[in-house]
Ligand binder design. Structure first.
Ligand SMILES: [Zn+2]
Ligand SMILES: [Zn+2]
Length: 430
């Protein structure tokens, strides 16, 4: 989470005396006071560089500031950290076990949204989180331009609700993403940056039916700066934000299902707690992983080692929340796994059926819409001919059934339908 010091609140008993110091002695500018009637307080902001001081004067004996001054005398009252999305910040802190005063944000000064964290969690300092609505509107406008379709998209399939969420973007080498396809062809579909990388989304899928499931969970936030530079990680808007936007908290997830355990799919399975220890990111969930994939991921070799980071999944076994499945089974009503192989020996896709309709989350079988044609197979794949065969089989079936296909890595298209005209396969966005 990115947080910037917005201001420091100081409870004042005698405003004239306080002004004699801050205004007259220090020579600072004092802004026009702002009355916060609901709190019985008058706030005088004092700009000091990037942040401000806030002199807080009670306007009634019932004011929390009056009570504070009476009990402890004047002095430091709170610090305020500005965050991009206060709801996402609340969800994240809750997930990390921090005690909050406000679990739902309330309105603060100048139309901002605020929430207080309990001093028990902050080592004795009252911390206010603030989302200034102007900032967030601007940043939302920016992120729509910059991260097209990074927002939540909802679909209904019979009795199930399918919600495509997003954990931000990474950049992988364009050559590795398209295998034997020449750059002259792939760069028309996916422009490369100066380091030959192309931009890819990470879009887990939430399935809500009898239970709430998430398939894959993006990269998460455990990686260091060097990693984030190599893979061009952009996570200013990430799974915390998009889950919150979908009205979900991490504790609402009952089942986490893995397509496979590469870091761009399983990184968000675990997180580092405030005590520095790794733990499951979804506190109530059972994590379902294919046994063969688990074996491969826990015994990596030279060719796949860079993709398998043990911190992403070993803590799940330690926490006793891991369920290994051996076959193509139904994981919850309407949701089945199907092994595709190819990308990894035990890579699986997820087939969703309800009310006579079909959808599929194909993960790295067809990571983007550009990978629709059979020979457009990733260089990353361990068994490319198996990918080709599995993709051909799936594409025919999907066209026959009108399957809604979810693309986990496409930077712009969350879901679409496979079409083939004159032997040329393409995707029609949903
Ligand atoms: Zn992968
Ligand atoms: Zn991937």
């Amino acid at each position: 989470m990115k947080a910037v010091l917005d201001h420091i609140g100081i409870a004042v008993k005698d405003l004239a005396a306080a002004l004699a110091f801050y205004r007259d002695a220090l020579g600072l500018e004092i802004e026009a006071p702002e009355e916060v009637a609901s709190q019985h307080v008058r706030a005088h902001f004092v700009p000091v560089g990037e942040s401000k001081l806030e002199l807080l004067e009670a306007t009634s004996p019932e004011s929390a500031i009056a009570k504070y001054v009476e009990k402890r005398g004047p002095g430091l009252h709170h610090i305020t950290l500005r965050v991009e999305d206060v709801r996402a910040a609340i969800a994240l802190l809750k997930a990390r076990g921090a005690r909050l005063i406000d679990e739902v944000p309330r309105e603060g000064a100048e139309g901002s949204l605020i929430a207080f964290v309990h001093p028990a969690a902050t080592h004795g300092v009252l911390v206010e989180l603030k989302q200034s609505t102007v900032d967030s509107r601007q940043s939302r406008a920016l992120s729509t331009v910059d991260c097209r379709l990074s927002t939540v998209t909802r679909y209904t399939l019979g009795d199930l609700e399918l919600i495509s969420v997003c954990d931000g973007f990474v950049r992988f080498d364009g050559g590795a993403m398209f295998g034997v396809v020449p750059k002259a062809l792939w760069e028309k579909q996916a422009p490369a940056d100066a380091r030959n990388r192309i931009r890819l989304a990470m879009r887990p899928l939430v399935i809500r039916g009898l239970r709430t499931m998430i398939v894959d969970a993006g990269l998460g936030d455990k990686e260091n700066d060097k990693f984030c530079d190599i893979y061009g990680v952009e996570r200013t808007r990430n799974l915390d934000h998009t889950l919150a936007e979908a009205g979900l908290a991490p504790e609402d997830i009952d089942i986490v299902l893995a397509s496979h355990l590469h870091f761009d799919h399983a990184g968000g399975f675990t997180m580092r707690g405030s005590d520095g220890r790794l733990r499951p990111r979804f506190p109530r969930a059972q994590y379902v992983v294919r046994r063969g994939e688990w074996e491969d991921a826990t015994h990596p070799h030279a060719r796949n080692r860079a993709s398998y980071l043990l911190d992403n999944y070993v803590p799940l076994a330690d926490a006793g929340v891991l369920q290994l499945v051996d076959d193509d089974l139904t994981i919850m009503p309407g949701v089945k796994v199907r092994r595709t192989g190819g990308h990894t020996m035990h890579h699986q896709m997820i087939v969703i059926e309800s009310g006579g309709k079909t959808a599929a989350f194909v993960a790295d079988l067809m990571p983007t819409a550009a990978h629709a044609p059979d020979p457009w197979v990733m260089g990353f794949d361990l068994y490319p001919m198996d990918t080709l065969a599995a993709k051909n089989r799936f594409a025919r079936e999907a066209m026959e059934k009108g399957t809604l296909v979810f693309f986990e890595h496409d930077p712009a298209i969350a879901a679409g339908y496979i079409r083939e005209i004159d032997g040329k396969r393409s995707i029609q966005p949903a």
